[in-house]
Ligand binder design. Structure first.
Ligand code: PBG
Length: 331
């Protein structure tokens, strides 16, 4: 007994490394930097002024003009990229506005690329839900089911339209089986071999997408549970990611982020491509709502959120706070 006491060393004091801001900075394991942040931007056909999205205070649907300005500012701030979403003036059963070279998203891609050149990675959502009148991510069978393989053909056409508009990176987000392979093949066959793919690989049927549905004027009735993943499954998330890497994904994504930090970690450990995570609309809205009520320190919550998502293993974070966070990080 007494001997045991004797061999005990000095008290271990981890607090020594927390004493000053400089010490804490020096030993920080995670660094959020503007260049790894991607700002999602919405552009709606026919707008002459930006239009606010009530469930996402501070986020707007852009006009073509205000979109260019937002992209320019993103480049000035040193962000990694922008992810563009288009809301067409008219939706139809096949989402034809997604493929039309004169469709709002394709025009916006050309506008933004002309504005920022190679200063920013210009990405576009590759999915039909913003363009279909039923709001699903794909084409429907006569029974109303989402037809996987028919949808793949539409995604190939959409990829070609976006590539022709000048996009750097496409983001297939519809969770159809085989979507990365079909998009890669279509791009390669049309000699768009330099257009890269950020695959929304492990995408869950999540309640945290709620505010996004307002952001894109979605007409969805029901849910996406036959194609997006069950929140209960993490092993399956890794399976989806590995399939996408095998099909040619350059970057894989986990979405949402905060309720899926374990999935981000598993994916980071499983692949040798960059991992992205999408800090989605509902995650944004929760912090903004609490902050508006004076219930939370908004700026601290934003930085802690982005740090946690990075610490879990994501190399790239898509976040509606990207521009503001870049500004905060410079202070
Ligand atoms: C599909 C898409 C969605 C989001 C990004 N891409 C909606 C969905 O799958 O229902 C959600 C993004 C967010 O909630 O911030 N085009």
């Amino acid at each position: 007994m007494t001997e045991e006491k004797h061999v005990q060393g000095p008290t271990v004091r981890p607090r020594r490394l927390r004493r000053t801001p400089a010490l804490r900075r020096m030993v920080a394991e995670t660094h959020v930097v503007p260049s790894s942040l991607v700002l999602p931007l919405f552009v709606r056909e026919g707008l002459s002024e930006p239009s606010p999205i009530s469930s996402m205070p501070g986020v707007v649907q852009h006009s073509r003009d205000s979109l260019k300005k937002a992209a320019f500012e993103a480049a000035e701030l040193g962000l990694g990229g922008v992810m563009l979403f288009g809301i067409p003036g008219r939706k139809d059963a096949t989402g034809s506005g997604a493929i039309d070279p004169g469709g709002v998203l394709n025009l916006a891609i050309t506008d933004v690329v002309a504005e920022v050149g190679d200063q920013l990675t210009v990405m576009s959502d590759l999915c039909l839900d913003e363009f279909t009148d039923h709001g699903h991510c794909g084409l429907l069978t006569p029974d109303g089911d989402v037809d996987n393989d028919l949808t793949l053909a539409a995604y190939a056409d959409m990829a070609l339209a976006q590539a022709a508009a000048g996009v750097d990176m496409v983001g297939p987000s519809g969770m159809m089986d085989g979507q990365v392979r079909v998009v890669r093949q279509a791009l390669d066959a049309a000699r768009h071999t330099d257009v890269s793919i950020m695959a929304y690989s492990a995408k869950y049927a999540s309640a945290f997408f709620g505010p996004f549905r307002e952001a894109v004027d979605s007409s969805l009735v029901g849910d996406r549970r036959t194609y997006q993943q069950d929140p209960a499954n993490a092993v399956e998330g890794v399976r989806e990611v590995l399939l996408d890497v095998a099909e040619g994904a350059d970057i894989v994504m986990v979405k949402p982020a905060l309720a899926y930090l374990d999935v981000i970690r598993r994916v980071r450990d499983a692949v040798d491509v960059p991992v992205a995570a999408y800090n989605v609309s509902g995650e944004y809205a929760m912090v903004e709502a609490a902050a508006a009520n004076g219930w939370i320190d908004r700026e601290a919550a934003i930085l802690e959120t982005l740090t946690a998502i990075s610490r879990a293993g994501s190399d790239v974070v898509l976040t509606y706070w990207a521009a503001e966070a870049a500004d905060l990080l410079r202070r």
